[in-house]
Design a protein around this ligand. Sequence first.
Ligand code: ADP
Ligand code: MG
Ligand code: MG
Length: 467
Amino acid sequence: MCLFDYHRFDQQLLHTIAYDALVWSSLHGLVVGDNSSQGSGSVPGVGLVHAPFALLPTPFPQNQWRQASELAPIFNELVDRVSLDAAFLQHALSRTKEADEFTSRLLDIHSKMLKINKKEEIRLGLHRSDYMLDEKTNSLLQIELNTIASSFAGLSNLVTELHRYILSRHGKLLGLDSKSIGANDAVNQNAEALAKAWSEYNNPRAVIMIVVQAEERNMDGQEISVIYFRAGYTPVDYPSESAEVLARTKTPLKRSLDGAREHTVVMVDLDPRVEWKARLLMEQSSAVKCPSISYHLVGTKKIQQELAKPGVLERFLENKNDIAKLRKCFAGLWSLDDSSIVTKAIQKPELFVMKPQREGGGNNIYGDDVRETLQKLLKSGSQEEAAAYILMQRIFPTISAAVLMRNGCWSKDHAISELGIFGTYLRNKDKVIINKPSGYLMRTKMSSSDEGGVASGFAVLDSLYLT
Ligand code: ADP
Ligand code: MG
Ligand code: MG
């Protein structure tokens, strides 16, 4: 892509831009906690470093950006429909349940809610559907759909602003126009959806509770209208089940869920000791959960694979156009029951990704490890263990040049990108209050890296230069 041929750019110019970008990041809060710094994460304002970012936005075709945005409300609606079909969820995940303890715990909570006939009338979804552009077919293919803790609305929004600033300052020399950067208002859209869910709950004295992974805890006797999970998507967030400590911590949380006080946002971390009981308690409460247990389950990799089977989308959606649009973005997805695919994956593991039921990056299996893991599973003959995984067609996006900024230093690299489109959804009974695309997250990583998380250290934050 000659437009972005960084070798053409003067080294001194790149140096100046990098310096400007670092200053901008510090001034505008494009920062994260610095693990290597003492006090980071416990003392506010201490131990911060700029978030990893691409120095310049990455080119992306306008029509495929539009396509990805148009998919957001359809996926939102699909999640909602699937979430209401408890039998489908329980059945589709029944074998995963045997193989995967984490999914099993989630399904237990789901079953308990069915038993007490719990209805979620106000349903809030803050989703993010992730895609890569497959180079060979030039098609937009979905990597996954996140229904819990869909992160980076805030920082991604800032990176878009950073790039706009850089291009307004240096665009002429670079031959790039700041107006070509894709607009991004992810942070406001997500906040708006949370606020509207709070008003639908209709108790001005109730609060929004945000469940986070930090070590701090802050609870009081306030009624909770909306629970937003930024934690709880990984087994690490639920490490133990000490009954003794539970007795101590359960009471204030229970009171929070039932009581009534003024309107503020309280931050509550998932205390490792409260874990599953707390999740159950929150699910039983009248608060709007983002996500509810059903929404959480719809976002699992296994359900993604089940929805890609022929005829399954038709069970949930009527509009043929919508169904065709969704299907067009599905990559190949298979369960390990499919012995012909398993054989193919053993022969050509580089064409597949093997995924367990996990979130947050760093869990997938690639390349020769796919072959080894599959052979091991075949040898042990354990159908049960195999049910913990799905197989997915490996997507190969176009490789382009990028300048990646980490820890104040820049490096030129061959890179590939993954585009996430946020989708917000809110309904109260039959009334759909919000259903729209809500900004984006562009992540760029060295083309030699398999995984893609920013927090897990593989990728940097980026934005779109629409072409
Ligand atoms: P997680 O829920 O942990 O984020 P993902 O399915 O998004 O799991 O996989 C993590 C990363 O692995 C993605 O961000 C992407 O970089 C890479 N990846 C996942 N699926 C594929 C695929 N089919 N082809 C190529 N890369 C993939
Ligand atoms: Mg995910
Ligand atoms: Mg992902």
